[in-house]
Ligand binder design. Structure first.
Ligand code: LLP
Length: 441
């Protein structure tokens, strides 16, 4: 836990977040419950925003990558913090606009944006669309022709750097559904194609090298390669990119296997990136591009805690002990998908000594429905409040109604107050779109 996070253990031995006793939150709002720490989210947005000012003279923009957690409240907070957002679907775009988010500060991504999503983006006046296919450029150009306007666009490129949590590799050829490779000429080809489109204003390039990355050097390397590419395109075509969007991917703490980064560390990524871009610009005789970053996980991930109630406890002698909770892969599919690790504690007995290692299972009819494995806990009993930390990113946004379970509600906590930002679902919600055709009646 670090200085921006309001998580602590209070005098009752309960987990506290945002000044709220999590056991009281569980009693008041029920479980499972997503809890979001407003201070943490605002502080992280400010860290990146201020780092662009401090290390790059403010010539840039932070976009919150809203795929990490999308709801009205988070877009409203981003708007209040003066940053932009990235959206990847009509649904995220709709939510942002509904929250009153300024369209000109929205970047639209996606490797296969649907025609109707492009139409929505163009008619809403989305600031920048990141092009990832030839015929997408055609579609945007045609939409703009019909609307009598033009559109700022970036091209998604693959600079040949693939980053993983603690390592990165340089690749000559990229096998990815995203982007155009700089190494095989395809990125330059689409550049020329877009430059010839009358209604598209090509502003520059975007790349995103991965997620949950700690290695600073991987961002630096990607930025350097992107700058080399900008210089090569300028030499060949005369076009000099004005914008460089380096994507997101900054890592967060899930367990003590991960670094616990403070505000200064996150600002440090920007410092390193800005330093490389400036050095490359000087070396290559380029003007400083407008620098964009798109953090998602690191803005909301550590801001979130999920509260569950423990139910069945099953001890399989010589094998393992399962503690089942009232949630599961429908509110957090990340163990099922990626074998992700989490830190778990008993929120109502947070001071007690951990005496065993258990697996936290969900309630779905599926043996892979696990939330976390190998969790050190005091002996859990039915009724304990189980808290899973760092669940703010890619949990709610990847939740489902599998087994017709409810996607849990979410509350935003700050200075001892808690309010819904996502209401609980009802059984009626689950059948809302179901239809019985006449022949089944
Ligand atoms: N920009 C682009 C173009 C992206 O594709 C992503 C994430 C981001 C920004 C934000 O990256 P972040 O700062 O959140 O790492 N569901 C996975 C994560 C998928 C990330 C996809 N792209 C998970 O739960 O780990």
């Amino acid at each position: 836990m670090n200085e921006r996070r309001t998580l602590k253990i209070n005098e009752k031995g309960h987990l506290e977040i945002g000044g709220c006793d999590s056991v009281e939150l569980a009693a008041r709002f029920g479980t499972p419950l997503y809890v979001f720490d407003e201070k943490y989210i605002r502080d992280m947005m400010a860290v990146y925003r201020d780092a662009i000012k401090a290390f790059y003279g403010g010539k840039g923009l932070v976009l919150y990558a809203s795929k990490a957690f999308s709801c009205l409240a988070v877009y409203r907070i981003a708007a209040q913090e003066g940053i932009g957002v990235d959206v990847v679907s009509g649904g995220e775009l709709y939510t942002a606009l509904k929250a009153g988010f300024p369209a000109d500060k929205i970047f639209m991504h996606g490797n296969n944006k649907l025609p109707q999503e492009l139409e929505f983006a163009v008619s809403a006046g989305v600031g920048t669309i990141v092009v990832d296919a030839y015929d997408e450029a055609d579609m945007i150009d045609e939409l703009c022709a019909a609307a009598g306007r033009s559109q700022d666009v970036l091209v998604r490129i693959n600079p040949g750097v693939e980053a993983h949590t603690h390592a990165f590799v340089q690749t000559a050829r990229t096998d990815s559904k995203f982007g155009f490779s700089v190494s095989d000429g395809t990125a330059e080809n689409i550049t020329k194609y877009i430059l010839a489109k009358p209604h598209l204003r090509l502003k520059g390039y975007h790349c995103h090298i991965g997620s949950q990355i700690f290695e600073k050097q991987s961002f630096v390397l990607a930025a350097g390669k992107a700058m080399d590419f900008i210089a090569a395109v300028k030499a060949d075509t005369g076009f000099e990119a004005q914008t460089l969007n380096i994507g997101g991917g900054f890592g967060i703490w899930y367990t003590d296997e991960d670094a616990k980064l403070g505000a200064g560390d996150y600002a440090g990524y920007l410092e390193a990136l800005a330093g490389e871009v400036k050095a490359k610009a000087a070396e290559l005789g380029l003007s400083l591009p407008f620098l964009v970053i798109e953090p998602g996980r690191s803005v909301v991930g550590e801001a979130g805690v999920t509260l569950y109630t423990a139910g069945a406890v099953k001890d399989i002698p010589g094998v393992k002990k399962y503690v089942a909770v009232d949630g599961g892969m429908f509110d957090n599919p990340r163990y099922a998908l990626y074998q992700s690790k989490y830190t778990v504690l008993l929120a109502n007995r947070a001071n007690e000594k951990c005496t065993e290692r258990v697996t936290i299972a969900g309630k779905c009819c599926e043996s892979g429905d696990i939330i976390a494995v190998d969790c050190a806990l005091p002996a859990a009993r039915r009724g304990d409040i189980v808290a899973v930390l760092s669940t703010g990113a890619y949990n709610y946004s990847m939740a489902s109604n599998y087994n017709r379970n409810f996607i849990p509600p979410a509350v935003l906590v700050k200075d001892g107050s808690a309010e819904y930002i996502i209401k609980p679902q009802t059984y009626e919600d689950l059948v809302r779109n179901d239809v019985l055709p006449d022949r089944l009646k």
